[in-house]
Write a protein that binds this ligand. Structure first.
Ligand code: COA
Length: 166
């Protein structure tokens, strides 16, 4: 892992297209950029603002950006539920980059980073109309459909078997 001098982030891994997964620290300028990306892709289209509870959750969770040639193209928030269990939330790819494998690369990079840290079970709340994206990444639906931020969601999980890395 390499630190970027004078910035609020560390590079974790690079994919074959040269996209870099970086951990971004809350309150940094880079975090503000992640927040804008998440807002533009996940809240603005619904006419919603951030809630106070979401701001508080952000302070507890970890934030990751995917960068291509220094441009932020995707982001994900990670909550540790208990040892070996992680919840991924607010996965977003910049609108102009969607449909070109960026989301898939982001998920592969964060899963393998967390797997190296010992995570064996990933979970997330998928918008029902996006569940196919997670299906294609070997996530399985669990339980009933429920409502979050006014949209139908479903819980999806992925289990790594013993000795398997993401
Ligand atoms: C959902 C999102 C993260 C996917 O990222 P992306 O870069 O567009 O997706 P990719 O190009 O990496 O697609 C990977 C695979 O998932 C499939 N896929 C992508 N979006 C999909 C969707 N909405 N429904 C079903 N399948 C989808 C692709 O067809 C592709 O399949 P393939 O591997 O068989 O070719 C992105 O479109 C996005 O940010 N959307 C707006 C915000 C959002 O909805 N976030 C998720 C909230 S749960």
């Amino acid at each position: 892992m390499s630190a970027h001098p004078f910035t609020g982030m560390n590079t974790i891994s690079t994919d074959i297209e040269g996209r870099e997964l970086r951990e971004v620290f809350v309150e940094s300028l880079e975090y503000q950029e992640l927040l804008r990306l998440r807002f533009n892709e996940l809240r603005k289209p619904l006419g919603l603002e951030w809630t106070e509870a979401e701001g508080e959750a952000d302070k507890l969770d970890r934030h990751f950006g995917l960068y291509h040639r220094e441009v932020l193209v995707g982001s994900v928030v990670v909550a540790t539920l208990k040892t070996g269990f992680a919840k991924l939330r607010q996965i977003a790819v910049a609108n102009s980059q969607q449909g070109h494998g960026v989301g898939k690369s982001l998920m592969a990079a964060i899963e393998s980073f967390l797997a190296r840290e010992g995570v064996k079970r990933f979970e997330l709340h998928a918008r029902v109309d996006v569940a196919g994206f997670y299906d294609s990444l070997a996530y399985h639906q669990q339980g009933q459909i429920f409502e979050e931020i006014g949209l139908p969601h479903v819980k999806m999980i992925k289990l790594l078997r013993r000795n398997e890395s993401a």
